[in-house]
Design a protein around this ligand. Sequence first.
Ligand code: PEP
Ligand code: MN
Length: 344
Amino acid sequence: MFVVMARTASEAEILGVKSHILAEGMTPFDHEGSERTVIAVVGEVGPRKQELMSRLSGLPGVEQVTPISRPFKLTSREFHPEDTVIRVLDAVVGDGSLTVMAGPCSVESRDQLMETADAVAAAGATILRGGAFKPRTSPYSFQGLGVEALRYLAEARDRTGLPVITEVMEPNQVDIIAEYADIVQIGTRNMQNYSLLNAVGRVARPVMLKRGYGATIEEWLMAAECIVSAGNPNVILCERGIRTFETFTRNTMDLAAVPVINHLTHLPVIIDPSHATGKRWLVKPLAVGGVAVGADGIMVEVHPHPDDALSDAEQQLDFEGFREMMAAVLPVHEQVRGLYGPGA
Ligand code: PEP
Ligand code: MN
């Protein structure tokens, strides 16, 4: 349930409601909106729900108490009507600007990363991506350079000024990744790895949560709810395609998920047409499509010589391909900017 405080509610009244909730063994999360404070009551309420609702309604400063039908609470628009805006170094995600995360699937060498970082920065990327610890379907495939790659990513950040994002696969990697990277990524295969979600919920870095390839939107938002309720409000969602009966593309990009997410939650949403399609020539049209339906940004894989890449060779763009994609998405973003307000 949400406790909606009156516009005129004092600090002491807000504190009073929060301590009442705590005394009930539940956790209060408050959001100070532009007009009023809303307090989400989180925890297992059970049969005392009606009674608790009426008791909270009677506390000083409370305007109304509303039940929430959806299982996700802190990530919902009802709790937090304004868009969440995430700032990381000079990049801003979710403020209406276009976030462009670009870089290689895997960091393969220092030269490969620096060359790519310079090229994508010059072409307008706002965040540099690169896999250090790689989740590979085959144990015989390249598994990533690990900590060596993290060092190159940090060097590339110093060189370009772009914040860096890289994937974390296990709870015990969170600290080392947070030491080098500015944003931590949870991959599709780990969307419901609850110990990992809890671990990134406690780290002082924004998290990008990719949609599980077999996950519904509600399951995806519940995974985001785990991170936010563990203490980290800075979650970026990433639609990267889901598995369907279609085999022509690597996954099926769920473009409708973008406006659905914008409707249900205040968190920013990014689309990843590289993993969604698995084919280089489909990246530009789907990037354009994602931006047109209201995504806050895109994540694409870029490599100096895609055909020689150690992972995801078929879907990585070369530098020229990246520049062409940017030239296509930027005017579309200008056109649709402001078309979809919060919750639209
Ligand atoms: C990635 O972005 O490096 C990646 C492995 O993507 P996904 O988890 O979407 O497969
Ligand atoms: Mn990849």
